[in-house]
Design a protein around this ligand. Structure first.
Ligand code: NAG
Length: 236
């Protein structure tokens, strides 16, 4: 997760901000969201660095697909799904962070070396199984055009559960629950050698080896490819 955000910050610094024309070109890439869940889901997507009031939400009925065309030639951001929620409830429905985590599909288009970088992240926590696959490209190795998934979400300890209107809607990671520097790899713990995986994240990682489980999980969680688009499947 952090890696992707760093990469997008770099892309913004090196490429776009200074010399960008008034109307920046789009990558032409699409993210097709497929709802494999039993219920209608509310899909949210947000560009990195933008606040939650920029979240785009749409409802997707069971079995349906809908495509997103993110703006800009170096778009970076996140996509998630929730059991149908009120679009006016931006604290829960419009957010995917520590307060109300969702399983995330994260992307950076046209990053270092012209490659896209993508991952499934459970760093903040999780709600539903999720997977990403590049459209029309086969994997040449696990991390080159591979299809990361988080399919085996551990049951959630009661202290970590997020409850909205009496419904258990998500599970906070230790970092989201405690906010501590040690759990979140911040402050005195802000380098890979000073922050080790905590026991909750280790449990998540054991069950979902493709997914980011904590901030410095880059080595086993970052995928790259350069297809025309991606499919994100909810409940896959
Ligand atoms: C990829 O990014 C570079 C650097 O920002 C930019 O010059 C180029 O036009 C982008 N390519 C595409 C296909 O968007």
């Amino acid at each position: 997760m952090l890696n992707i955000i760093k990469l997008s910050a770099l892309a913004a610094l090196t490429g776009m901000t200074l010399a960008a024309p008034l109307q920046s070109r789009d990558s032409g890439k699409t993210i097709t969201v497929k709802n494999n869940c039993k219920n209608t889901m509310t899909v949210g997507w947000l560009t990195n660095g933008q606040s939650n009031d920029h979240t785009t939400l749409f409802d997707l009925s069971a079995g349906a697909t809908q495509s997103i065309s993110p703006p800009g030639s170096n778009w970076g951001g996140r996509v998630w799904g929730r059991d149908q929620c009120s679009h006016s409830d931006m604290t829960h429905c419009g957010t995917s962070g520590a307060v109300s985590p969702a399983s995330l599909a994260e992307f950076l288009f046209n990053g270092s070396g012209g490659q896209d970088y993508y991952d499934v992240s459970l760093v903040d926590g999780y709600n539903i199984p999720i997977s990403i696959s590049p459209d029309g490209k086969s994997a040449t190795s696990k991390y080159q055009c591979g299809s990361p998934q988080a399919a085996n979400l551990p049951s959630c300890p009661s202290a970590n559960q997020v409850v909205v209107n009496g419904q258990n809607v998500g599970c906070k990671s230790s970092c989201s629950l405690t906010g501590s520097a040690q759990d979140c790899c911040t402050g005195a713990y802000n380098t890979p050698d000073k922050c080790s995986i905590n026991s909750f994240a280790q449990q998540v990682k054991n069950a979902n080896p493709d997914a980011y489980s904590y901030a410095y999980d880059d080595q086993t969680s970052t995928y790259s490819c350069n297809p025309t688009g991606y499919t994100v499947t909810l409940c896959a």
